[in-house]
Design a protein around this ligand. Structure first.
Ligand code: GLC
Length: 752
């Protein structure tokens, strides 16, 4: 704590000396003088030793000079259990059970900057209890593909929502004394061939959509480290992409921290050294001895190494190392963090449809809970983001606890669960409830058992959705179909009992064309963390009103979504295996560098063309007038809200709107108000409308508040590819205020 206090004190002094104008990034430079003196004492070997992994989750300091190693921890929604020094296998510790926070899309569904800050602070707290300096998160890539394997891990299809939450998560975490490593920079929107795919997109699309979440977190939030992505952007690997890492990140955004490659995502010595990478994770075959050799030949200079070490040490100075006798001495998961997880879960749950079924009526005495997703835990799986949780309340447990003695709760599995890719030996005995294929039809016995319970119940709650091996890092889904015969089952349940509510336990969108007519109520329940079952029961029983809003579009069918409609995904030439996965093949690892390079050159060159441009998500559906199943920003409540007339004013620096908002209901409730902007007379091409401001507003029963939303003028700019700079198109703006992108309540016009 002493070092942190020292850092803050000296930053404040320097800020005072500079009239308080130090940007969050420049605060990292307050110790440069000391750092330079330290570097002058270091040998070249000690310096180069800092540029690559020491263990699978650490990079070296310099013990001789009292510089502590840098310790990293996955993932974005829970401090991952301790791994072996040389890999991801569990170290088998006991105090590393952490709080399992709701996953990224669930956090985004809260549309709450306040909760994003708390979330980040919870992560920062538990990271320090584990002796970690840097968390490998938040993961903020835009959800371009409904099938994207990491949609659950990311936040939103919209850059404004993603950026606001990424900023607050960053601030919350770093205020606790833990650095973020915001990822994956950039345009990492698919898992298919993720280690080699070349994302090809225009500069305007890059700037206005895909970089926006990183930009705010880095410039305004002072994100101290950045993880370049596996993929290429416009021809260059992200880990050696001059445009991304030097021109934009450091040049334009003034980034003063360090970059750490994704694991296995470093591709060369010269590329990494010249184009912006600081630390190779893992291994030292690029940023180890070859750097020293290259200095000896004059291809590189020691000053280049010094600059990279300086950037690392800035973060080392900003983050006080956790003393070895303090780290891992108490249980990682803390009650205050469990409570944050519950708050986020409560505000994330989205009521998609409700024809009077919810909240559960007072005369319901028997509830049939159907579906394995009511009992399967969701903390692990999904690869790097898995959490060994101290505990996890499942939906069934939450319902049983909340129902109490007066209500009977019955359960049947209903369908088989597809385990997806296994990371270990398959069990010798086949689990009768395990499917062998994701599209395996419904099992008649399981259906019959479930229907029998449904017939006897006052209410049926069907738990559908996917799991974190169907939606996972490392692969994209083939479609968004509900797996394992769930559609056949829900139709049979609905036939047996019309008083039915569906809860979807999933991270991304699913195809609801069959389920929707058979479900008078539908809830998106997410992978909602340690207290997910508790929060879900509170919403189902009406203790709290649902207030989540969709952070991405639910297409009616996958083919309606932009990258599919444009034929941009999947890549017809993408077959042949991914460089990333192939590079870890033992035969490849045993090759000489020349043989390996020849092998790499022989591989296919998958590409992903972003010709849909900035028409991602609702921007596409609105502009092409394609009706989605559920729109971006959609989410119902148990109350109704009245929006008063909106007054709007365009000033020099911002557009401001204000209006009254009334909760017409008999219970407290939150509304997420959303402001969209259209440009009816634009000369520049724009989507039909774009989200530009939002706010979660809490209102007591019958309460009215005046709400003000502000859109900074700079958020109304576009990237002018003719001048290669941000530009503001003057003219008329049509402001649209609403409860969802397809539920506009008030409009107003201003001219900027
Ligand atoms: C993975 C992921 C990244 C993760 C890292 C360490 O491949 O892409 O998100 O933080 O490796 O596990």
């Amino acid at each position: 704590m002493k070092k942190t206090l020292l850092f803050i004190a000296s930053a404040a002094l320097l800020a005072q000396a500079c009239g308080g104008s130090l940007s969050p990034q420049d605060k990292l430079t307050v110790h440069d003088k000391e750092i330079n003196a330290l570097i002058a004492q270091m040998t070249l070997e000690e310096k180069v030793n800092m540029l690559h992994s020491k263990t699978n989750m650490s990079s070296a300091g310099v013990e001789r000079l009292g510089i502590a190693d840098m310790n990293y921890a996955d993932g974005p929604f829970g401090i991952r259990e301790e791994g072996q020094p040389n890999g991801f296998m569990s170290a088998g510790w006991t105090l590393d059970s952490a709080t399992y926070f709701p996953t990224g899309s669930a956090l985004a569904a809260t549309w709450s900057e306040e909760l994003a800050y708390k979330y980040g602070s919870g992560m920062g707290k538990e990271a320090r209890l584990r002796g970690k300096d840097v968390i490998l998160g938040p993961a903020v890539n835009i959800q371009r593909l409904p099938v994207g394997g990491r949609t659950y891990e990311y936040l939103s299809e919209d850059p404004i929502l993603s950026a606001a939450l990424a900023l607050r998560y960053t601030e919350g975490c770093q205020d606790e004394g833990t650095a973020v490593c915001i990822k994956h920079f950039a345009v990492n929107n698919q898992e298919t061939n993720r280690g080699s795919v070349n994302a090809i997109l225009s500069e305007r699309t890059l700037r206005e959509i895909y970089l926006k979440p990183f930009e705010r977190a880095i410039i305004e939030g002072g994100a101290m480290s950045v993880m370049p992505a596996y993929n290429k952007v416009n021809g260059e690997y992200c880990s050696e992409n001059e445009h991304l890492l030097n021109e934009i990140l450091r040049g334009e955004w003034g980034f003063k921290g360090f970059t750490v490659s994704d694991w296995g995502g470093t591709h060369s010595t010269m590329g990494a050294m010249l184009h912006g990478l600081n630390v190779q994770m893992t291994g030292s075959n690029y940023l180890g001895q070859p750097v020293i050799d290259s200095i000896a030949t004059g291809a590189l200079t020691e000053e280049m190494v010094d600059e990279k070490v300086r950037q690392i040490l800035r973060v080392r100075y900003a983050i006080e190392a956790v003393p070895a006798d303090v780290a891992n001495t108490v249980m990682t998961s803390q009650p205050e963090c469990q409570d944050i997880a519950r708050q986020v879960a409560e505000k994330s749950i989205v009521l998609l449809k409700n024809e009077g079924v919810l909240p559960i009526k007072a005369d319901v005495r028997k509830i049939a809970v159907i579906g394995q997703n009511a009992v399967l835990k969701t903390q692990s799986g999904g690869m790097g983001a898995g959490v060994k949780a101290l505990y996890e309340v499942t939906p069934l447990e939450g319902i049983q606890r909340r129902a109490g003695e007066g209500i009977t709760v019955t359960y049947a599995p209903g369908y088989k669960n597809f385990p997806g890719r296994r990371w270990g030996p398959a069990p010798t005995v086949k689990d009768p409830l395990e499917a062998s294929a994701i599209d395996e039809p419904a099992d008649p016995k399981l259906v019959a058992e479930a229907v029998a319970l449904a017939k006897e119940a006052d209410l049926v709650i069907f738990f559908g959705g996917t799991n974190k091996n169907i939606e996972t890092e490392g692969s994209d889904r083939k479609n968004i179909d509900l797996p394992c015969g769930q559609e056949e089952l829900v139709k049979a349940l609905y036939e047996a009992n019309r008083n039915l509510a569906t809860v979807l336990i999933s991270g991304g969108p699913t195809d609801l064309r069959v389920l929707e007519p058979a479900s008078p109520a539908i809830v998106q329940g997410w992978w909602n963390g340690t207290e997910g079952g508790t929060a879900l029961a509170e919403v189902l029983f009406g203790d709290i009103a649902p207030s989540g809003k969709l952070p991405f579009t639910f297409p009616a069918k996958l083919e309606d979504s932009p990258a599919y409609a444009m034929g941009n995904f999947p890549d017809p030439n993408g077959a042949g295996g991914d460089l990333f996965t192939l590079m870890f093949r033992p035969d490849v690892l045993s090759m000489t560098p020349a043989e390996r390079q020849a092998f790499i050159d022989s591989l296919p060159k998958p590409e992903s063309h972003y010709t849909e441009e900035f028409y991602v998500g609702y921007r596409w559906f609105d502009s092409k007038e394609v009706k989605p199943m559920y729109a971006f920003g959609h989410g119902l409540s148990y109350v109704s809200f009245t929006y008063g007339p909106m007054s709007a004013l365009a000033g020099k620096d911002a557009v401001k709107v204000s209006f009254s908002l009334t909760n017409e209901g008999a219970m407290p409730a939150d509304e997420v108000v959303q402001l969209y902007v259209s440009r009816p007379e634009a000369r520049v091409e724009w989507p039909v409308k774009e989200l530009k401001a939002f706010q979660r507003v809490s209102l007591g029963a019958g309460e009215t508040k005046t709400v003000t939303l502000t859109v900074p003028m700079k958020e109304l700019r576009y990237w002018n590819e003719a001048t290669n700079a941000w530009d503001l198109e003057h003219g008329k703006l049509l402001l649209q205020l609403g409860s969802a992108s397809d539920d506009i309540r008030e409009t107003a016009e201003v001219t900027i």
